[in-house]
Design a protein around this ligand. Structure first.
Ligand code: MN
Length: 723
């Protein structure tokens, strides 16, 4: 095969001529280039018929140029539409050679080809939406129509099983679609071809009958028209008149729907007269003309001009006895009425397909597309029009298949988890993984329209809080949330039970607020986490509630203190040690040596005034336990004006000059004075205590931070100075 052979050059010339004739603009150079690439890419392949494969894309391009003439980009895409799928040429090459528009259309056609294979088509409307959701440029669908039309024309060569499948798909999905796109001729040809393969005997029977009557019929129509034409021209009316063709599949459908015979349907001859006039009175004038020429049947007359149909359809329908006593259905309307009638096809289709009423979006869009078609074929198709071929319908939802071929509609960015809950809440609850188009993927994978999804479940799997980060559907979200709160409820109950048993054991009583405080102290975000820790045994209640003397838990002391302090506060009111109660004698408890900044509490002694303790003082706790308490809240004065003793525990690497370094570090900070040092070393590690004079807690903490930064220091901590 050589593209320079005269027969291929002739084919190319024919295509270019056709484009020049039908399209607003034709780039012969680019067309030639795509012709050559398609030829080159397919040159070793044959079709099922035995023809060179190249003939297929070529014919598809011809169909576009002849029957769906929109622009030359569509024609180029048609020539290349099977290149990516079947040959070693890839999208990058197409993009480089022909631009991103052509590449996108080819990519779109490739993606939707074979989309429905192996599936039983039971939800035709969903399938059509699936198709739309995958298509971003309307020309993808046009090329697909043309591709399908040529495949249908050459369907004889594929095995019968495949014939039936493709024919069903064509009848259920592509033909109604073509109709909505205003491609009436493509629609009826697709229907008739599909019908031929789905019901061959009926098709052949009807085809034979029509053929035997065609000439007779054409002659009758001509006979009817000529006197009418003469009269209308006499009155200088501009009009278009013709017989309305009837197609095999539509006759068959009418026979079924009206339960009648071929003869009854087919003997009814149909004439349409479209007036190039804005005056609807002209229609009545034409009615008068036909009624003068042919005798009308009174009860078949309908005036939809005076009383339009609900969908705004306007026309006069009249039935007359024409030549040879045959019945003729005559439709009379203006051009404007005709255009509205054509648009109304979408509404008829909608009714027939039992669509939902809220689908007006689709209808609007289809009408818009039809507008573009009409403008593109009538006027110059401008770049602006072509640029607006981007679809944005159904782009916010996706359509995915179950393993059985059922379609599920999901919001954009949905994941296998969303899909699983869509299938059944049980599937959602136990989904552990997913296969998308046969490959195992993570649960947070984003699904795409056309994906086939198979969910893997496990009895031991349960919804996970992290799923909430990626699921999209309300169904999935609410199911997961419900599960989590049910689980938390369970944990809460179990945790509470253990907690209360322990309280009983240690003869303690906590009110709700105390438990909350404790949970916060222990750095839990909320109570349920606290209870969860109890259930999971990561929180040791015995240690917390009954601390051994030497390893006392500071937190629990503090908590109990706070709770008792609260009782005291409500009974005694606020008391500032330095303030309005100046006269009250007080002193700092030696057991805990509080310094300004420490949370403190006053302990009223007999004869010694108030002793100020740190709130977490172990001694004080013991005293309260023995019931000899009387607590009052105390606050630090604004400025205590003196120094307080504080202790520091320190350990680190033992090395020469270490003590000097530490004391330097302390004394150079705010002239801090050291009260005492008690350090011992053991195996090159030293540890010990240092007591210092500080003005407040801030002073102490900064000192500790400073020491921590010294080289060789392992740990620095405050410790409570005893008497
Ligand atoms: Mn193809």
């Amino acid at each position: 095969m050589d593209v320079n052979e005269p027969k291929y050059q002739k084919m190319l010339t024919e295509l270019i001529e056709l484009c020049k004739k039908n399209l607003p603009k034709t780039d012969a150079v680019l067309l030639t280039k795509s012709f050559n690439m398609s030829f080159e890419a397919h040159k070793n392949d044959l079709r099922a018929s035995g023809d060179p494969y190249f003939l297929h894309p070529y014919e598809v391009a011809l169909i576009i140029a002849r029957e769906i003439p929109l622009d030359h980009i569509s024609v180029i895409a048609a020539l290349l539409h099977d290149v990516v799928e079947d040959t070693e040429f890839n999208l990058d090459i197409i993009k480089k050679e022909f631009g991103s528009e052509v590449a996108e259309i080819v990519d779109g056609v490739t993606k939707i080809s074979g989309l429905f294979s192996g599936l039983e088509i039971t939800q035709a409307e969903n399938y059509r939406k699936l198709l739309l959701s995958m298509v971003k440029d309307v020309r993808v669908i046009l090329v697909k129509f043309a591709d399908r039309l040529h495949n249908m024309r050459t369907l004889d060569f594929v095995p019968p099983v495949k014939q039936r499948r493709i024919a069903t798909e064509t009848l259920e999905i592509y033909a109604p679609f073509a109709n909505r796109f205003g491609l009436g001729r493509v629609k009826w040809e697709l229907e008739d071809l599909a019908f031929k393969y789905l019901n061959k005997p009926a098709y052949e029977d009807l085809a034979k009958k029509i053929k035997s009557k065609r000439k007779e019929r054409e002659a009758l129509i001509a006979k009817f028209m000529s006197p009418v034409e003469a009269k209308l021209k006499e009155y200088k009316l501009d009009f278009e008149m013709g017989g309305r063709p009837k197609h095999i599949y539509s006759i068959y459908k009418k026979m079924l729907n009206q339960n009648t015979t071929f003869e009854f349907i087919y003997d009814l001859l149909a004439i349409r007269i479209i007036l190039e006039s804005n005056d609807q009175n002209d229609c009545y004038y034409v009615l008068g003309v036909t009624n003068q020429l042919y005798k009308p049947i009174g009860d078949r007359f309908k005036d939809y001009i005076s009383i339009p149909k609900k969908n705004n359809y306007q026309s006069i329908h009249n039935t007359v006895f024409g030549p040879e006593g045959k019945l003729f259905e005559v439709q009379i309307r203006t051009r404007k009425m005709h255009e509205i009638a054509e648009r109304g096809v979408a509404a008829h289709w909608k009714y027939k397909e039992h669509l939902h009423n809220n689908d007006s979006e689709l209808e609007d869009w289809v009408n818009w597309v039809r507008d573009i078609f009409e403008n593109a074929s009538k006027n110059e198709a401008t770049k602006e029009i072509l640029a607006s071929f981007k679809l944005n319908l159904y782009q916010d939802e996706i359509y995915v298949f179950t393993p059985n071929g059922d379609l599920k509609r999901l919001p954009l960015n949905s994941t296998p988890v969303d899909f699983a809950f869509e299938v059944h809440s049980n599937v959602g609850h136990h989904c552990i993984g997913a296969k998308v188009n046969g490959k195992i993927v993570p649960l947070d994978t984003r699904l795409n329209s056309g994906d086939q999804v198979d969910i893997i479940t496990s009895k031991n799997q349960h919804p996970n809080r992290s799923w909430l980060q990626f699921v999209q559907t309300h169904k999935a979200k609410s199911n997961i949330r419900k599960y989590i709160s049910r689980e938390e409820e369970k944990i809460l109950e179990a945790g509470k039970e253990i907690w209360e048993k322990k309280l009983k054991k240690y003869k303690l009583s906590f009110n709700h607020e105390d438990v909350n405080k404790l949970a916060r102290k222990l750095k839990f975000d909320n109570l349920s986490q606290f209870y969860k820790a109890i259930v999971q045994n990561t929180l040791n209640l015995d240690e917390l509630l009954n601390p051994p003397e030497e390893h006392e838990s500071k937190q629990s002391n503090e908590l109990q203190f706070e709770s008792f302090a609260e009782i005291a506060r409500t009974s005694s009111g606020d008391l500032l040690v330095e303030g309005e109660h100046k006269g009250i004698e007080y002193m700092y408890a030696k057991c805990c040596s509080p310094i300004p900044g420490d949370p403190i509490i006053g302990y009223i002694t007999i004869g010694e005034g108030i002793k100020v303790h740190r709130k977490d003082c172990k001694n004080l706790l013991n005293m309260i336990k023995h019931g000899e308490h009387k607590l009052v809240p105390v606050n630090w004065p604004q400025d205590a004006g003196k120094y307080f003793v504080a202790g520091i525990n320190i350990s680190g690497e033992d090395k020469p000059g270490l003590l000097n370094e530490i004391s330097n570090s302390i004394t150079t900070y705010k002239n801090t004075n050291i009260k005492s040092v008690n350090i011992s070393s053991n195996d090159s590690v030293f540890s010990g205590t240092i007591t210092v004079y500080v003005s407040d807690l801030d002073h102490l903490n900064r000192l500790i931070e400073r020491l921590k930064k010294s080289i060789g220091i392992y740990s620095v901590k405050r410790f409570v100075v005893g008497p």
